[in-house]
Write a protein that binds this ligand. Structure first.
Ligand code: CA
Length: 727
């Protein structure tokens, strides 16, 4: 039998001896060197056992040790601090122009890819759309296995924001994935076989419209996952399961179910006092989903989580008498072992604008006013950059990192000073930032050497107006997406926003709370960032490039065209002394469903680069090869159908497919560019669910044939207007 050094001991040694050999690919060498009297065994002889062993040794100590050398990429945001900062520097500012392709791998997906590739030993675990997991040889890109959870395609319509997944967690011999349809699945790292599978939705499966898109987090013997769908019909919760068995260990709800006892715990009793008992939240679930960010501090034993927006969005409907509506739009600290509430900091009391606080949380130790502080950094949708004391949740500072018109700033207690008119009940008002967020889920990164945070910042103009006739959980033509269960309570873009859309990479000094440099992009919705000790920041762009910047100056040092717009963040790792950088590419996500900014339109693909890589970049189809670019013409319709068709289009189609002929189609086609025969048969196609295998919902019972004809009339009429204008 082979001798194995206990994983915790090996990790502890590695953290002391930064030069010690990387486990995983090199583990045979490490073990034989450390135990010279033991016979050395060739690891390559049994790659399956080796792959299993590599994931078996991933525990808290290994994750901490890895952050000190960065050879592997063991967690979604690289380490418990979630900094996305790698200490690798073989690739650096002086040689990054020598980067070349090592390999690329076709994920075969056509929807958004939001995953960061996780690398353990010499194996990469990456997810694509519909929660499909791919295990690859990280040296060559060779496929080892694929796990497809066969998510029922009707879940596509329950996902506000595309059928995406942000990646796996690995620990204690298992690979964990949260599936769009609400299962947390533990896989054998060597074969992809299911070891256990637990239903995180349970009794809420039929009652609520929710999904999972986030990457689970692991610590101790727990694996934690939340849910998503605060615009639909959900109540947010976060659940910890035993990594070995999949048994539930604890669950924490972010919003109360009822204003009366019994409460799930003391935090729900506290929260219930901040909600109007007569608000629509009782019917809709209240929202507050924790669909993305978490961070674990092993020293403090705290798990931080970012809580989403309210349901319905509009507080005048949700909680008409007002109130802070805890714990919406808050960072909450829980005891990691038990899920017990410890403290919260609410960024937007009484959220009414879809201002989630679910965006990426970074932990760091910063010197502020001459004092060493343990902080948590956050750049949520609402446009302010927050620095919070993570020991007790006390407010340190918040400054806007984009143009903001909803608040004047934050007072010394950390409460926003709401701008005059921002809560106006009647007039339409342009929101800066809008519900798309000044920064959304796309991960940012923090480089302790430059002291800067690299934020994919953006603006997507939207105007909102309180919706006086809103009915919760009801299809109302003209009310955005209400036929798919959305509860917004605002009307959108009843006036034309004045601001222009933008996207830039922003280097932000979190101590001085100011911008240091920026790089402008063509559009919003650019990828997540990763920074390295090589003095670099890597980011993919909406216009389909993968770029390396000088972390100090922002100079673009290297770039390469990739298959489509990039939304995910990269990872970097080292195998056999070679540093690699990987990015999973696949355009989509909520903004990318309906529009795109790249002429290349390839399927999802992982690209992996190294110095002097010589692999040939794959040929990528162009948009005109994939989709029609000709406006629909010749469909005959009645003029009187156009008006009602527009109302139905808004309530059933608009967020996914955009305005016909105006938006150009993102990961989903725009109906302004179809053949007239499609519009002829639209009633049958919509109601029979002809595209349901691709995630397009059947509208049986939701639209009549007559209504589908009205939608077709609106599409043709709008396409004709666009054609006229472009002449
Ligand atoms: Ca939301």
């Amino acid at each position: 039998m082979r001798y194995r050094m206990p994983a915790a001991l090996l990790a502890a040694l590695c953290s002391l001896l930064i030069a010690c050999s990387s486990p995983g690919a090199d583990s045979a060498k490490t073990e034989s060197a450390a135990n010279a009297t033991q016979p050395a065994v060739d690891a390559a002889a049994d790659p399956i056992a080796e792959r299993r062993a590599a994931v078996e040794r991933v525990d808290d100590a290994a994750i901490i040790a890895n952050a000190s050398h960065g050879r592997e990429w063991l967690t979604y945001n690289h380490g418990f601090s979630e900094q996305r900062y790698s200490r690798l520097k073989q690739i650096n500012v002086d040689n990054v122009d020598r980067l070349g392709l090592a390999w690329s791998y076709n994920l075969g997906s056509t929807r958004g890819v939001e995953a960061t590739p996780v690398v353990v030993g010499d194996t990469m675990y990456v997810t694509a759309s519909w929660s499909v997991v791919h295990a690859l040889d990280a040296r060559t890109g060779e496929k080892l296995w694929q796990y497809d959870p066969q998510v029922p395609r009707e879940y596509g319509a329950r996902a506000c924001c595309d059928v995406v997944n942000r990646g796996v967690a690995v620990a204690k011999g298992k690979v964990f994935v949260g599936t769009l349809d609400g299962y947390l699945v533990a896989l054998d790292p060597a074969t992809g076989e299911v070891l256990w599978r637990t239903d995180t939705f349970g009794h809420m499966r039929e009652k609520k419209l929710q999904t999972i898109t986030g990457a689970p987090r692991v610590f101790g013997d727990l694996v934690v996952i939340g849910n998503g769908g605060a615009e639909l019909q959900t109540r947010g919760y976060l659940t910890a399961y035993n990594v070995h068995t999949g048994e539930q260990e604890w669950r924490w709800y972010s919003v109360p179910e009822d204003p009366e006892p019994p409460f799930a715990d003391a935090s729900m009793e506290m929260a219930a006092k901040t909600w109007d008992p007569d608000g629509a939240w009782r019917e809709t679930g209240g929202g507050g989903t924790m669909w993305d960010s978490m961070a674990y501090d092993p020293e403090l034993g705290l798990l931080y989580v970012g809580v989403g927006n309210g349901n319905p969005w509009n507080q005048d409907v949700r909680s008409p008498k007002g109130g802070d509506n805890l714990f919406l739009s808050s960072i909450v600290a829980l005891k990691a072992k038990t899920g017990e509430y410890v403290w919260h900091y609410q960024e937007v009391p009484g959220d009414t604008w879809d201002f989630t606080a679910a965006q990426h949380i970074i932990l760091a130790d910063l010197e502020i006013d001459g004092e060493a502080r343990k902080v948590l950094m956050h750049a949520p949708k609402n446009g302010f950059f927050f620095v919070i004391d993570r020991t007790d949740g006390s407010f340190i500072s918040a400054e806007p990192f984009v143009d903001v018109n909803w608040a004047e700033g934050y007072d010394e207690n950390g409460r926003p000073i709401i701008a005059e008119g921002a809560r106006a009940k009647k007039a339409a008002r342009e929101m800066r930032p809008s519900a798309y967020g000044a920064h959304n889920w796309h991960p940012m990164s923090f480089n302790p050497e430059t002291g800067l945070v690299y934020i994919p910042a953006q603006g997507v103009p939207l105007a909102m107006e309180s919706d006086p006739s809103f009915q919760p959980n009801t299809h109302q033509p003209g009310h955005p997406m209400s036929n798919l269960g959305w509860n917004i309570g605002h009307l959108v873009n009843t006036i034309t926003p004045e601001a222009k859309p933008f996207g830039h990479l922003l280097a932000w000094d979190p101590v001085a709370q100011k911008e240091v440099w920026r790089q402008e992009y063509l559009s919003p919705w650019n990828g997540g960032t990763t920074t390295t000790a090589g003095g670099l920041v890597f980011q993919g762009s909406a216009d389909a490039r993968f770029i390396a910047y000088d972390a100090k100056t922002g100079d673009a040092l290297w770039q390469v065209p990739v298959s489509s717009g990039v939304i995910a963040g990269p990872s970097t790792f080292e195998i056999d002394g070679t540093q690699y950088v990987s990015i999973a590419v696949g355009w989509g996500g909520v903004y990318g469903l309906a529009q795109r900014h790249s002429e290349r339109m390839g399927t999802g693909r992982v690209y992996t680069f190294r110095l002097d890589g010589e692999a040939k970049m794959p040929e990528i189809p162009r948009a005109e090869d994939v989709r029609s670019t000709t406006l629909v013409s010749g469909y005959e319709y009645e003029a009187e159908d156009v008006g009602p068709g527009a109302q139905l289009y808004v309530s059933s189609c608009i967020f996914c497919h955009g305005v016909p002929g105006v938006n150009n189609g993102g990961s989903l086609p725009n109906p302004g560019y179809v053949d007239a025969s499609v519009l002829e048969s639209l009633p049958t196609l919509l109601i029979e669910g002809a595209w349901s295998s691709r995630g397009m919902p059947s509208f049986k019972g939701k639209l009549s044939e007559r209504e589908a004809e009205q939608i077709a009339a609106f599409i043709q009429n709008t396409a004709e207007s666009v054609a006229k204008q472009s002449k």
